[in-house]
Design a protein around this ligand. Sequence first.
Ligand SMILES: Cc1cc2nc3c(=O)[nH]c(=O)nc-3n(C[C@H](O)[C@H](O)[C@H](O)COP(=O)(O)OP(=O)(O)OC[C@H]3O[C@@H](n4cnc5c(N)ncnc54)[C@H](O)[C@@H]3O)c2cc1C
Length: 500
Amino acid sequence: MTGELTRRALLHGLGAAGGAGAMLAAMGALGLVPGSQSHAFRAPQPGDFSLTGRSPKRVVVLGAGIAGLATAYELRKAGYDVTILEAAKKVGGRNLTLRGGDEITEIGGVTQEAGFRDGTYFNAGPARIAQWMITMDYCRELGVPLEIFVNSNADAYVHTGGKSVRYRTARADTYGYLGELLAKATNQGALDADLTAADKTNLLDLLREFGQLGEQFTYEGGERRANTGPIPSVSEVLGYRIPQALFWDLAHDQAMPMFQPVGGMDRIVDALAANVGRHRIKTNTPATRITDNGREVVVEYKNGSIKADFCVATLPPHVLARIPGSLPPEVVQSLGSGFNFSGSKLGLEYGRRWWELDEDIYGGTTETDLDIRTIWYPSHGFHERRGLLVGYYHLLDQADSYDALAPAARLERALKEGEKVHGPRYRKDLLSSISMSWRKRPHIEGMFTAGLQGGLLEQAHGRVYLAGDWLTDLVAWQAGAFESARKAVLLIHERALKEN
Ligand SMILES: Cc1cc2nc3c(=O)[nH]c(=O)nc-3n(C[C@H](O)[C@H](O)[C@H](O)COP(=O)(O)OP(=O)(O)OC[C@H]3O[C@@H](n4cnc5c(N)ncnc54)[C@H](O)[C@@H]3O)c2cc1C
């Protein structure tokens, strides 16, 4: 997720698509109430079986995204016989890191090859991890080294109304004028009915600090804005059309410090897959039918089938809903009831790190009112020669409008927009680029799904269990996928310890 703007857009999208009911359901699912994730988890262990005289069961996992891999990883630790079927030729699902030579083919047949030089990578899906997420626990346990992900940077820009203002300056001016106006209202008695005299004194003290106000509680600029030109008028500041750009990094899931795996987000995938055992993962093997006959589950795929005691299906819900078999109709209906978001990202590799050399920007993002929405600067490789920017990261209508274009046209449009922020250097040292449309990603067909209806999705359906970020409060976070995997694993283990 990308902060308040995304949440806002998401709710807007849900409101348009599913009405108020869907919107309210999604607000819970989006964790709009501040929360955190429980780190308490007792992983099933091989020793659990010797206590019961039973032996570990066979489990077939469908999908090798984070949810599928984490399910298999936890079950393997306890000795289960696990096989993963993955439709794509690569494991990881939405956790996708592209490097030079990697190819992506979209639904519709358009193929792009990443032309990146050695050492350049592009996290086309997830890119950041908040410190309270259980994704951190898995990185620790799997030995995946982490580094800081610079999520917000006071020296990046807010670009609105055709102007770029340093983030620190835009914030200082906004806080300054808000402080001044509230101090004025307080001193003119507008809050007398709400505040005691002592409250008013305390509020004025607070506002003086909040806005860096002068003696007379007026905003006259200050060191926070870093002498970046004349102070704009209050009307200009109130006219910033993207107020969320000033506060998004206060969100619970966006606040610094945030982290990224050294070398690419798919280091998590690699570590999980290595621990599961690559020989247990069948790629290029889409499941085509799931049948639960009461004693076991049979999963069919092209030229074969596999039988297991349990199945854990971790496919995106709208994809799973299309797979024939024995899932009850109300479950299938529930799987298809969510709102599936489009989302797109553009990777731009440059031969010169001009944002560091010419603009003193080391990581973070520029938020804009342009249709690229945001530009991300890299959080690693500082002072190296080359580097990769994220040239757009957006969803819904903006994503759809770029997705509709051929890759070369997407690039051209994004460069034109980016030039409005950074001028001609935005185009000058470009070496290569690749655009990722999640709506057009085979077997995934969207960035994330939220607002599923019905309480059926967290239960076992006979011998079939479900997992995926869409089953948790942490939709569109790997932490949600991990959490759902843990839930499925615990349910299966509890049952396996009882069943003959
Ligand atoms: C653009 C973007 C940005 C994101 N940003 C972040 C971020 O910064 N931080 C973060 O933590 N998370 C982020 N996320 C969310 C994160 O990527 C997901 O929450 C997580 O990867 C979901 O894992 P999953 O296993 O539930 O689903 P998926 O990764 O979707 O896995 C489902 C798997 O099922 C496979 N499959 C489909 N059909 C079949 C079939 N018939 N048979 C077998 N297999 C099949 C698919 O190929 C896929 O591998 C982002 C996601 C996107 C797209």
